[in-house]
Design a protein. Structure first.
Length: 372
């Protein structure tokens, strides 16, 4: 009995010390309060009457947002007169997931553009935000920051979810209370450090899919859903319209994945895991929808007369540019590739250069007048 009590005391001491160490590290490295319970959705995302947007001064692990809720350094409401402001809209691929801090593609785009003059690239992405959510974000919040160029990186897979994307309704009632302060941080820390073996990951995904699917006849997509594709193209066109109405230039991007023409054997795990978010669609339908959505993006760009960067044509199938085992999200090298593709278009497109030249010329004239 004495030995049992001794080992229990040792175990409690070890676990308690580890928990205190985790909280101390969070406090010193990230400034997280001792009694806070970090949570990605609660700490980084704000759901209010404007829709869904980044939480002002939000912070979670390596991610931090400025006072306006953007993943960017502190900034002014109005862009500087002689500086080009670029805003990037999208979901988690744009916000950044696996990249090192400062290596997500909007940040790398800013680094590239600043070599040619004053450019400010604002990452206004919100993980999980559909095109309809981006329309709300732009109309209710992002447009007031008056970017000169708006880059849109849409996520077609949202349109294969169990329910099609819709506009977000304002929250009703009080937000749910956060977990108690004694909720351990060690569990979340362990997820960052340890990875489950592939066979365990596959079983977890299988259980998740089983809980989301239905045996009801006709529930799953038997073929590519044409109505969802049409909705994707319509929503993309709507977003282009509301952005152009404010005077900003629009750049549409096609969506890239790690898969080439035919998925390889080592792609199967990533494709299977992706299906957690689209249980009604098989892997073949997922890949076909991505292809058709890229074609729809090209059509929307031509129809609306806006610039296009065909990211998919360059990056698809290059597994070395995507995070290990992930279908959609970039690593540092992949983020650099897409940033360079966007920069090339911005710096060479005649209409965009004329638009920016007019702005920069007006800024130079205003400074000269002030000096006189």
């Amino acid at each position: 009995m004495n030995r049992v009590v001794l080992w229990l005391c040792i175990a409690v001491t070890c676990v308690g010390s580890a928990e205190l160490t985790a909280r101390l590290e969070d406090r010193l490295r990230l400034g997280i309060d001792w009694f806070a319970v970090p949570d990605h959705d609660r700490d980084l995302v704000l759901h209010d009457e404007l829709g869904i947007r980044g939480r002002p001064n939000g912070r979670f692990k390596k991610w931090s947002l400025n006072s306006f809720g953007f993943r960017h350094a502190e900034m002014s409401l109005e862009p500087a007169r002689d500086c080009v402001r670029v805003m990037v809209l999208g979901a988690s691929e744009t916000f950044g997931l696996y990249e090192s801090t400062g290596k997500e593609f909007p940040a790398q785009l800013e680094t590239i553009l600043r070599r040619t003059g004053c450019h400010e690239v604002v990452n206004a992405a919100v993980p999980g935000l559909t095109l309809k959510g981006l329309v709300q974000l732009w109309k209710g919040w992002a447009s007031r920051f008056r970017p000169d160029i708006v880059v849109v990186y849409p996520t077609p897979g949202f349109y294969l979810a169990n329910s099609p994307p819709d506009f977000v309704k304002p929250p009703s009632g009080n937000p749910p209370a956060p977990p108690p302060w004694w909720t351990p941080r060690l569990l979340e820390r362990a997820k960052d450090v340890f990875e489950f073996p592939a066979f365990i990951q596959r079983r977890r995904v299988a259980r998740q899919l089983a809980s989301l699917t239905s045996s009801e006849p006709g529930w799953a997509f038997s073929s590519l859903p044409a109505d969802r594709l049409a909705q994707f193209e319509a929503d993309l066109g709507l977003l282009a319209d509301v952005v152009r109405d404010t005077g900003a230039r629009v750049v549409l991007l096609t969506h890239a994945t790690r898969f080439g023409g035919t998925p390889r054997a080592d792609d199967e795990e990533a494709l299977y895991a992706w299906r957690q978010f689209t249980p009604k669609a098989s892997g073949d339908i997922l890949l076909e929808f991505e292809q058709r959505a890229a074609e729809a993006t090209v059509r929307a760009a031509r129809r609306k007369g806006v610039a296009l960067v065909d990211v998919r044509a360059v990056m698809n199938g290059h597994r070395e540019w995507f995070a290990e085992g992930d279908a959609l999200h970039f690593n540092d090298a992949g983020a650099e590739v897409i940033a360079d593709l966007i920069a090339q278009r911005l710096l060479t497109d005649p209409e965009i250069r004329q638009h920016l030249g007019n702005k920069l010329g007006a800024g130079r004239s205003a400074r000269a007048h002030a000096v006189q």
